[in-house]
Design a protein around this ligand. Structure first.
Ligand SMILES: Cc1cc2nc3c(=O)[nH]c(=O)nc-3n(C[C@H](O)[C@H](O)[C@H](O)COP(=O)(O)OP(=O)(O)OC[C@H]3O[C@@H](n4cnc5c(N)ncnc54)[C@H](O)[C@@H]3O)c2cc1C
Length: 303
């Protein structure tokens, strides 16, 4: 929150807490002064700040230097500086992993699909398998149409999202996240179709409030208790709880029915090398990034 005050991209206030660098620094300055008034000069106050947010519109090094001067004058004794922000966490994490892998001489082979028959698997002492998951594509008539793409493809290749009228099938976390991005950042008209009585049941409850508010602000229509029964080039046919069917027009249909394990390679490796194989991440059970990273960590530390 302190960082949000200190960046014009988030701080849109027009009172004395927004606008100029002095105003944007007012909230952290008041915090520093309050701490100083309690601890006095015997205890150093360290302020952690991202010098460069590293995204268009975010705080630059130049902006941050002005803030540092104001904060120093307010009594900060030392700065703990870094770069990036939550918005660029993916970028920072990827960079961090790339550097660590290089430093540790890990042999990374890109564009190489393991089939289970490779000699390296027979020769190595241990195998950790993390082949991830694939989108669930239920046997709904028309799902293989050109206008239907999976939620993963929607993220990977924005050019495949044609037209203004988008219907997202499935109101879980990934469907809602995709719907919000399309409506708020790309100005598309988005409808989410969910067969359960409620959308976002798998969204962490603290995030639900903000997510639903943002979906509403972005004009996303949520249709619950509604099942997708067919798709064609003009849109989809849905069925309500009462069994009544109706058509919804769509230029692009995004299938966000969840993810499933693709165990073909995993099972083959497990079968051939069961004693030395450990399966991690979504290949073990569909979950979240934290669980996959934890699985990998425990697998590595147990070697
Ligand atoms: C649309 C969407 C949004 C999501 N959003 C979030 C979120 O906001 N927060 C969150 O915590 N989680 C989220 N998740 C879940 C999260 O992405 C997964 O839990 C996590 O990526 C699992 O990590 P993993 O390493 O097991 O698999 P993955 O990240 O899928 O990695 C598996 C890798 O294995 C490679 N691979 C597969 N088969 C082979 C083979 N035969 N040979 C060689 N390589 C192979 C794949 O190319 C892939 O790079 C989301 C998932 C989806 C689909």
């Amino acid at each position: 929150m302190i960082d949000q005050f200190m960046s014009p991209v988030w701080n849109l206030r027009t009172d004395e807490y927004g606008g100029s660098p002095e105003n944007c620094a007012r909230f952290p300055v008041e915090i520093v002064q309050a701490i100083k008034s309690v601890v006095g000069n015997s205890m150093p106050v360290i302020f952690r700040i991202s010098l460069d947010h590293r995204f268009p519109g975010g705080r630059t090094m130049e902006d941050s230097l002005k803030l540092l001067k104001i904060l120093e004058a307010a009594g900060v004794d030392a700065f703990d500086v870094d770069a990036g922000c939550y918005e660029t966490l993916d970028y920072i994490l990827t960079k961090w992993y790339t550097v660590q892998l290089e430093k540790l001489n890990v042999d990374v082979r890109l564009n190489t699909a393991i089939t289970g028959d490779e000699d390296i698997l027979a020769e190595c002492d241990r195998i950790i398998v993390g082949c991830g998951a694939v989108p669930v594509m239920p046997a709904i008539p028309g799902i293989d149409g050109e206008n239907v793409i999976s939620v993963l493809d929607a993220h990977r290749d924005l050019d495949r999202i044609k037209g203004d009228n988008i219907v997202v099938c499935g109101g879980g976390a990934s469907g809602l996240d995709c719907a919000l991005e399309l409506a708020s950042e790309m100005g598309r008209k988005v409808t989410v179709v969910e067969m359960l009585p409620q959308c976002g049941k798998d969204v962490f409850f603290i995030n639900q409030i903000t997510l639903f508010r943002k979906l509403e602000e972005s004009g996303v229509t949520l249709m619950t208790d509604t099942k997708v029964v067919a798709m064609d080039e003009s849109g989809l046919t849905v069925e309500g709880k009462d069994g009544e069917q109706k058509k919804i027009a769509a230029d692009t249909i995004i299938a966000a029915f969840g993810m499933r394990q693709d165990l073909s390679v995993v099972d083959k490796i497990k079968e051939k090398y069961h004693i030395k194989t450990r399966v991690v991440g979504d290949s073990a059970r569909i979950g979240k990034i934290g669980e996959a990273v934890r699985d990998g960590f425990y697998a590595a530390t147990s070697l």
